[in-house]
Design a protein around this ligand. Sequence first.
Ligand code: UD1
Length: 422
Amino acid sequence: MSAIQIQGLRPLCGSVTVQGSKNAVLPMMAASLLAKGTTVLCRVPAIADVYAMFGILESLGCRCSLSDGTAVIDASRVEEVQIPEKFVKAMRSSVMVLGPLIARTGEAVTYYPGGCVLGKRPIDLHLSALRSLGAEIREAGGMIVASAGRLRGTRIRFGFPSVGATENAVMAAVLAQGTTVLENCAREPEITDLCGFLNAMGARISGAGSNTLTVEGASELKPCRYTPGADRICAGTYLAAAMAATGEIAVKGVEPGQLAEPLNVMRRMGAEIETDGKASGIRLRMRKRPRGIVLKTGPYPAFPTDLQSVFLAVACTADGESRLTEEIFEARFAAARMLRRFGAQIRLDDRTAAVTGRSPLTPAIVCAPDLRGGAALAVAALAADGISLIEGCEHIERGYEDICRDLGELGAEVWTIKQKFG
Ligand code: UD1
């Protein structure tokens, strides 16, 4: 278990190349089950969730490795259909394996993921989409047992544009017989990336990036080599860090269009931003304290819920009042309790956090409550007048390959500390 120490009130200066996108890579890894043979994914971050997905794929009979950012997944043989409970508990996105596993083997057994720190997080939309495609799914005693012959194309309209349910349905539909039309889909860039990957495997998906996807089922897919996009949430985190610490930084490799709404928010908060063409990067200059902000999360292209916590941290340092409303997950303010230890003034009322900013924050000893909440604490520490300690970094390691390395490249004074206990 490791902790991070951060010396605050040092303006950031430097550039960082953003890692591959966690939320694009995980469903692609699950989708590698759809093709017999060896799939190669490049720019894969060495994060805990990737290793958890390896654990699932290996338990099903695949062979996996990750070296220098290249993941090799040999799915020639899939002999098991049960996803071990420990992986379901460790990583909610284990549910992404359900669609491809049913499509490949006609069977899947898994556990109900249950609630998590973000709230209830049901999977009803995943299961009803798979049922519409012809899978028979029984739920008993926290287990989900699915069986199917060849899936059949159909028309599915999602009641809410769920990212995971859209991805699961697409991954199942690519091997179905006939055409599937998915309506009211989520439009996150990671879904577009997944469709690009599946099409590279021989799938026929059109409409990627819109809210209607049309999938012409294929009888088989071929393994391929593919490079997913950069992680827009990591990029947004580092830009938020520079807003809290002030300074001038560049994040490279990320497509600015994928961060259009967060960049609008940053500009409204006083950042000067230059974008540099498609996929080459974003430069941010922050000369003084940010201004307060009113924002609301929502499905893409609205402000992403995954950046809400780090912007809550920025709001804590802002000049004036902020209001952040969380529309996606009902319990995503776990970072607020820890941010208060930095002296932040946050009042929670149902789905809205009202913040009165102050500067500087007070250094604190805190514990990461979840992945993005942990990153938010690092952002707050950069605006604190002294050295802060962030424990519980295993949460941060689920999604950031090396947040200390990256913040260090941006000129932050940050150290990792190995802790023996805790
Ligand atoms: C994905 C991302 C996560 C991000 C989220 C929203 C991955 C691995 N994770 O999560 O980082 O925060 O999108 O952008 O890509 N819902 C239901 N029933 C369902 C499924 C979802 O009610 O069957 C609800 C959820 O409880 C939540 C909302 O829909 O309130 C959005 O969830 P969803 O878009 O499915 O998020 P995930 O795919 O879980």
